[in-house]
Design a protein around this ligand. Structure first.
Ligand code: TEU
Ligand code: CA
Length: 521
C-alpha cells in the first residue's frame, strides 16, 4: 500500500467552479468561495479536487474556451487568489488537479487573433485552415468549418466556432502548450485533467467521415457521422506520451484523459509501457443501463481489458452528463454510491453527487449552455447538472447572496448540506461512511476484483487483498431479493442500519439495499 501514489488511492472531487460557492455576491462561484468550503471537503473525506477551467475566457463554453493558458479569469479571482487556494488545499493535505484544454483555444486568444489576421502570419499554421471544408461536424451542431471572410479560408472547430482547434502537428504549438503545463506544475498543481484528449490530432489528409448507420433522430446532429478521421487518430499516442513526460518532470503528478471511447480503444490511452495517461477516464458506468446485468457486464469487461499494471478508475458523473440521482432515482443513488466506492482504483465524484442532487429543470429563458442553444429541445443541454451547490435552504442556498447564474434546485429544503449533515441516515452520511471504509480497508482500492455476478436483480462481487476479503451485494432492483452470504461483519449498508452486524447465510436485501461485508475467512 505504501508504494501507491496519492492519485492511485484518491477519491477525486470535481468542482464546477461557477456553481460551487460565490464569495462576492455576483451569483457566480469563485476561488475564494472554494477556499471557504474546503473544510467541508475534508469532512467528506475526499483526497483531491479537480477544478473545471478557471482561465481567462469569454465564457462562450464557460471556460472551455481559453483566452490565456497562464492566467485566472477575473470572474473567478486573481492569481494571488489562486495561489492562496492552492496553499489552503495543500495545507489540508488535499491535492489540486487543473483542467487543461489543449484541443482548442478561444477565438479571442491572441494566438488565434494573429492566426486569422493574414494568411502569412507566423501563427497561421497554429490552427487548422483549409480552402475547402470537408464533412466533419461540430460536437455542438453544424459544420466543424467556419468561413473567414477576411482571409478567404475555413478554420476547423470541433466545438463552437468560438473554439478554433489548434494544429497539434505544429512544433511551436506543442512548445507553447507544454510551457503552459510547466507554468502550473511549477506553481504547485498536482496534475491535469485533459479535455477531449482523444480528439487532439486529426487526419492529416482531412478525409471525410463515413455516415453513422446507427444514427437515430433525436440524437445530436454530430452523431450522423462516425468520427473516424477527426478523433482517436494513431498519432495521438505520441502526443499523450509527451504530455505525460512533462508532467513526470516533477514527482507524484497525474495526468487524466477525458476520453469517450469503447473499452478496448480506451485502454490504448494508458500508452505503450503505460507511458500515456495515468488515468484514461472510464465513463462506462455513466453510459450503461442501470441493471445488475448491465453493470456486471461493464465491470467485468473493463476489468478484463485493463492492461497489466494499468491503474483502473471509475466515474459516475461530470459536468457534461445527467446527474446519477436523476438517472437512477434517489434510492438507487445510494446503491450507486456504494458501487463507486467499492470499485478498484481511483474514483471521481461530481460535486453534489454526495447530496443526491438531481438535474434542475431549466426554463427556455434560463438556458446558458451553448449546446442547448445550438440544438434546442433534444435534452442535450448541460445546465441541469451545473446548478448551484445547495449549502443551506436560504434564498441563495448559501451559494450566493446575489442572483445565481443558474437556478437553484426546487428541492433544497431537503437536499442541502446543512440538513443532510445533521441527518444520520442521509446519502451524505453514507458517502462519508463509505469513504472512511475505503480509507480503512485499502484492499478496496488495490485488491483484486472478482466473482462479479448478477442474479435476481442483485449485483455482487468480491474484493480481496492481503489483509481482507470483502463482499459487496447491491440490489439494483425495487423488489426485495434473497442472497447467501458467507460469515462476516457488515462494514457499511445503504440504510446505515446494519453497520457492525455479524451476518451469515440467507439474507433478505430490500429493494435498493446494498451492503459491504468483511468476510471472516
Ligand atoms: O467535453 C467533451 C465532450 O465530449 C462533450 O462535448 C460531450 O460530448 C457533451 O458534453 C455531451 O455530453 C469537454 C468538456 O467536458 C465540455 O464541458 C466542453 O464543452 C467540451 O469538452 C469542449 O471543450
Ligand atoms: Ca463570484
Amino acid at each position: 500500500m505504501q508504494d501507491l501514489s496519492w492519485w492511485q488511492h484518491a477519491v477525486i472531487y470535481e468542482i464546477y467552479p461557477r456553481s460551487f460557492q460565490d464569495s462576492n455576491g455576483d451569483g457566480i462561484g469563485d476561488l475564494n468561495g472554494i477556499v471557504s468550503r474546503l473544510d467541508y471537503l475534508v469532512r467528506l473525506g475526499v483526497d483531491a479536487v479537480w477544478i473545471s477551467p478557471i482561465y481567462p475566457s469569454p465564457m462562450a463554453d464557460f471556460g472551455y474556451d481559453v483566452a490565456d493558458y497562464c492566467g485566472i479569469d477575473p470572474v473567478f479571482g486573481t492569481m494571488a487568489d489562486f495561489d492562496h487556494l492552492l496553499d489552503e488545499v495543500h495545507r489540508r493535505g488535499l491535492k489540486m488537479i487543473l483542467d487543461f484544454v489543449p484541443n482548442h483555444t478561444s477565438d479571442q486568444h491572441p494566438w488565434f487573433l494573429e492566426s486569422r489576421s493574414s494568411r502569412d502570419n507566423p501563427k497561421r499554421d497554429w490552427y487548422l485552415w483549409r480552402d475547402e471544408p470537408n464533412n466533419w461536424s461540430s460536437n455542438f451542431g453544424g459544420s466543424a468549418w467556419e468561413w473567414d471572410e477576411a482571409t478567404g479560408q475555413y478554420y476547423c472547430h470541433s466545438f463552437l466556432k468560438q473554439q478554433p482547434d489548434l494544429n497539434w502537428r505544429n512544433p511551436a504549438v506543442k512548445d507553447a502548450m507544454f510551457d503552459a503545463l510547466r507554468f502550473w506544475l511549477r506553481r504547485g498543481v498536482d496534475g491535469f485533467r485533459v479535455d477531449v484528449m482523444w480528439m487532439m490530432i486529426k487526419d492529416q489528409q482531412f478525409r471525410d467521415n463515413p455516415p453513422n448507420p446507427g444514427f437515430r433522430p433525436g440524437q445530436s446532429s454530430n452523431s450522423r457521422l462516425l468520427p473516424v478521421y477527426n478523433t482517436d487518430r494513431p498519432e495521438i499516442h505520441d502526443l499523450v506520451a509527451k504530455m505525460r513526460a512533462i508532467v513526470d518532470e516533477l514527482p507524484e503528478r497525474v495526468i487524466i484523459g477525458e476520453i469517450y471511447l469503447p473499452v478496448q480503444q480506451l485502454m490504448t490511452y494508458y500508452g505503450v509501457d503505460l507511458k500515456g495517461a495515468n488515468l484514461p477516464f472510464n465513463f462506462h458506468l455513466l453510459q450503461c443501463a442501470w441493471s445488475a446485468e448491465a453493470v456486471a457486464q461493464v465491470i467485468s469487461e473493463y476489468n478484463a481489458a485493463l492492461p497489466e499494471k494499468a491503474w483502473p478508475n471509475w466515474v459516475l458523473g461530470n459536468h457534461d452528463q445527467a446527474r446519477i440521482a436523476s438517472k437512477v432515482g434517489a434510492r438507487q443513488a445510494c446503491v450507486a454510491a456504494m458501487l463507486l466506492l467499492t470499485l478498484p482504483g481511483t474514483l471521481t465524484m461530481y460535486y453534489g453527487e454526495e447530496l443526491g442532487m438531481v438535474n434542475v429543470p431549466i426554463a427556455p429563458e434560463q438556458v446558458q449552455d451553448p449546446f442547448e442553444k445550438n440544438e434546442p429541445g433534444l435534452g442535450l443541454g448541460r445546465d441541469p447538472e451545473r446548478t448551484p451547490m445547495p449549502w443551506g435552504n436560504s434564498a441563495g442556498a448559501g451559494f450566493t447572496t446575489g442572483s445565481p447564474w443558474l437556478p437553484i434546485g426546487y428541492d433544497i429544503d431537503v437536499v442541502n448540506v446543512a440538513s443532510l449533515e445533521k441527518d444520520p441516515t442521509s446519502i451524505l452520511q453514507l458517502y462519508k461512511k463509505l469513504i472512511q471504509v475505503r480509507r480503512t480497508y485499502r484492499d478496496l482500492v488495490s485488491g483484486r476484483l472478482d466473482s462479479v455476478v448478477a442474479e435476481n436483480g442483485v449485483l455482487r462481487y468480491l474484493r480481496r487483498g492481503e489483509q481482507s476479503r470483502i463482499f459487496v451485494a447491491l440490489n439494483m432492483g425495487h423488489e426485495s431479493a434473497q442472497i447467501t452470504v458467507a460469515a462476516g461483519t457488515v462494514l457499511a449498508s445503504t440504510s446505515l442500519d446494519r453497520d457492525g452486524q455479524e451476518i451469515a447465510g440467507l439474507i433478505e436485501l430490500q429493494g435498493a439495499e446494498g451492503f459491504v461485508v468483511e468476510l471472516s475467512s
